[in-house]
Design a protein around this ligand. Structure first.
Ligand code: GLV
Ligand code: MN
Ligand code: MN
Length: 414
């Protein structure tokens, strides 16, 4: 089945691609895209987004939790809103589309309505969440959790590697830590997030779009391993209490446990070693664990197994470990009505609908606590994401925007 993509759809896709490219210029690091939550690049990106909203007739602002929010009124002022958006923070050395696609596609939908002076029965609210990746502080989804009335207050005391607290960074950004607790939204009828797939299924099946059925649950830990630092030349091997080799064995045990179970994944993505010198046996190590699975019970069992394994390794190697849970989100089932609506929109533009789960986490999981929520996936090259090689075609960019626009037009708030 081919999507019915007209010249004007392609033109809209090209505009969105150009904007995504320009937006990728807002980075904290030269020559690669890194835009961490509440950083200077995030601040500049948020203000650019606000400026573009202004050109589309929207009065956008930064809310107390660091999101950019804007409202396009419906025919009747104060009508229930369909909220659209995604996140604009990134991982380190990121691709240009993760999150940014959904935030800028939401804006593109409203730009077209504004240009046609068209109002719908429902309002549209746009949101560019700030804190989805959880790279800078040991917390994630605080922006969407704030709108859902579930703001994790203790997150404000988290500090980044430079010792800056999230509270301080939020104030400098233009947010308001005290008010972030009271952002729970009223009048939002539904939330829909367009996002690149970040996996290979759509490409393998030759399909540009997918409708998300569910999002994997995730748990993250911060692990500390304490051994004894010592002289690399003078300490015999059998007398060492090396924190790094103990951590290495733990990481292999984590990988082995995850490999035993289909659909369960576990990652150690960050590792820090103290004192970090060639001639010193490592005395302290910190590392992160990220564990995900479609079934919460399987995730819980794997976590218990991993903790047991890590304790056994610690005893055998005479080191001590501490495990702090920094994030937990149960698996999320997307709203049946939103799935049906997105499926209809995909069919309406001439495509076979493909329902699929998401391995990656998304703000939709948090928004589901507020209102019916769901997601539209756009194919990405090779399924590659969290990588500068992340790529989508102009055609797919246009098709995703067309399906989202179709959904917005067909949406009924009751
Ligand atoms: C966000 O991209 C996540 O799934 O970690
Ligand atoms: Mn994302
Ligand atoms: Mn991401």
């Amino acid at each position: 089945m081919d999507a019915r993509v007209l010249d004007r759809d392609l033109a809209a896709g090209r505009r969105l691609m150009a904007r995504l490219e320009a937006f990728a210029g807002f980075t904290d690091e030269p020559r690669r895209l890194t835009r961490l939550f509440l950083s200077e690049a995030h601040r500049r990106a948020a203000h650019a987004f606000i400026g573009w909203c202004g050109e589309a007739g929207l009065q956008a602002k930064i809310d107390a939790a660091g999101n950019v929010v804007a409202r396009y009124e419906g025919r009747r002022a104060g009508a229930p809103a369909l909220m659209l958006g995604s996140h604009i923070d990134t991982v380190r050395d990121a691709g240009s589309y993760d999150g940014n696609y959904g935030a800028l596609a939401a804006l593109a939908v409203v730009e077209t309505l504004h240009a046609r002076e068209e109002r719908l029965d429902h309002a549209i609210e746009i949101v560019a969440f700030g804190d989805e990746e959880g790279v800078r502080f040991r917390t994630t989804l605080t922006g969407s959790r704030a709108l859902a009335g579930d703001y994790p207050e203790d997150a404000l005391d988290q500090r980044d590697t430079n010792g800056v607290s999230m509270r301080e960074a939020l104030i400098a950004f233009g947010g308001d830590p005290e008010q972030a607790l009271f952002l729970r939204r009223k009048g939002v009828a539904a939330f829909v997030e367009a996002h690149i797939e970040q996996g290979p299924r759509l490409e393998a099946e030759g399909l540009p779009l997918g409708v998300v059925t569910a999002i994997n649950g995730a748990t993250r830990f911060e692990v500390g391993v304490d051994g004894v630092a010592g002289h690399a030349g003078a300490t015999p091997m059998n007398l060492r209490r090396d924190a790094l080799t103990a951590a290495a064995e733990m990481m292999l045990a984590i990988e082995e446990r995850a490999r035993r179970e289909p659909d369960l994944v576990a990652t150690v993505g960050r590792l820090e070693v103290w004192p970090g010198a060639t001639n010193v046996i490592p005395g302290h190590v910190q590392f992160s664990i990220d564990i995900r699975a479609p079934a919460d019970a399987n995730r819980a069992t794997a976590i218990a197994d991993i903790e047991d394994q890590m304790n056994a390794i610690a005893v055998a190697r005479r080191v001590s470990t501490s495990l702090i849970k920094t994030h937990e989100a149960n698996a999320f089932v997307c709203d049946a009505g939103i799935i049906a609506g997105l499926t209809k929109a995909v069919e309406a533009i001439g495509l076979s609908p493909r329902l699929l789960p998401s391995g990656a986490g998304h703000d939709t999981m948090a928004m589901g606590a507020l209102c019916p929520a769901g997601m539209l996936f756009v194919r990405c090259k090779g399924g590659v994401s969290h990588n500068p090689l992340e790529s989508i075609t102009v055609e797919d960019c246009a098709i995703g925007l067309k399906a989202l626009t179709q959904f917005v037009h067909d949406f009924r708030a009751d």
